[in-house]
Design a protein around this ligand. Structure first.
Ligand code: BDR
Ligand code: CA
Length: 313
């Protein structure tokens, strides 16, 4: 069945590829809207990047909204050192012709969930969880209406990428993550334990460049920029392509393996702020609240990306 989704995002080269994967899969996915959040860079620039990516794809009917410009309780931490000054360095994408919708992104999420039949809208979160947390605080009635939340964030076996304990998306807004993990909504979590093995090797980047469309060329240019930082940091032969795993899971869950567990978010400690405390071995007796993906099939994942991105402009 065709899944209706809202993409909440801070694009970001890997967010961009996730958006392209969703827009390139119209038979399975209907993108009701894309909502920008502050994260990799500030809100304004992230929203602009979202417009650029939608325009690149050719699916310009897709509505784009701007959500929250700072985390619920913290000062915003950004990641220009990974994604570049614009948040989407690499390709030279033209100024977008399409415009942001006027409605606030959080209100769009609330209104959409109230309008659509219960259990038919999935929230795909690719950045800090501020917009989702705010929507659930403002309108708790929408929580039982959400079909599923699939989010990129956290880690256990791989540790953190922003601090030794925390992954960026959860680190930036741990209070929002805490709201989400207490929502009672079915959650599937794509952590660093999966994404660190989805490497954009030279050969894969060249496959994107050779797809025969502008989307493929721009994707290759994005990945070439993005992987520089992680190659140096980890010494790997390519950067980990985090966020597209969320959409890939929606399209082909059989590419991933995971387990239903309890996940709690550290909000008190400065040392381990934003740590996802995953009870992978069931030692606490705490109620299970998330499906924690632990591994994925990298070749299958990239084949899916090549196949779907090829269909775009
Ligand atoms: C996450 O942080 C961002 O920089 C990426 O876009 C991804 O969502 C990885 O930790
Ligand atoms: Ca992201």
């Amino acid at each position: 069945m065709r899944r209706k989704i809202i993409i909440d995002t801070d694009p970001g080269q890997d967010d961009a590829v996730a958006i392209l994967l969703a827009l390139g899969s119209p038979a399975e996915i209907e993108v009701l809207g894309i909502v920008a959040v502050a994260g990799n860079v500030g809100l304004k620039q992230n929203a602009r990047n979202a417009l650029k990516v939608v325009e690149l794809s050719g699916r310009t009917e897709t509505p784009v909204y701007a959500g929250c410009e700072r985390p619920m309780r913290r000062v915003l931490v950004t990641a220009e050192y990974v994604h570049g000054k614009t948040g989407l360095d690499g390709p030279d994408l033209p100024e977008p012709q399409i415009k942001l919708r006027d409605q606030h992104g959080v209100d769009f999420i609330i209104e959409t969930l109230r309008r659509e039949p219960t259990g038919t809208v999935t929230l795909c979160a690719l950045g800090p969880l501020t917009n989702l947390g705010m929507a659930f605080v403002k309108a708790p009635d929408i929580m039982p209406r959400v079909q599923e939340i699939i989010l990129m964030g956290g880690g256990l076996f791989e540790g953190g990428n922003t601090t030794p304990a925390a992954e960026f998306n959860i680190y930036v807004d741990p209070e929002a993550a805490d709201v989400v993990f207490h929502s009672g909504i079915p959650i599937t979590m794509v952590p660093l334990d999966v994404t660190h093995f989805m490497l954009s090797t030279k050969a894969r980047v060249e496959r994107f460049r050779g797809l025969g469309n502008r989307t493929g060329v721009a994707t290759a240019e994005m990945l070439e920029f993005f992987e520089r930082f992680d190659e140096q940091k980890y010494g790997w032969e390519g950067g980990p392509l985090h966020d597209p795993c969320v959409i890939a899971y929606l399209l082909k869950p059989e590419l991933f393996k995971g387990k239903h567990v309890n996940v709690a978010i550290e909000t008190q400690s400065e040392l381990t702020r934003g740590m996802t405390v995953v009870d992978y071995w069931g030692v606490t007796g705490r109620a299970k609240n998330a499906t924690y993906l632990r591994s994925g099939d990298a070749d299958g994942f990239y084949e899916l990306l090549f196949e779907r991105l090829k269909t775009l402009a």
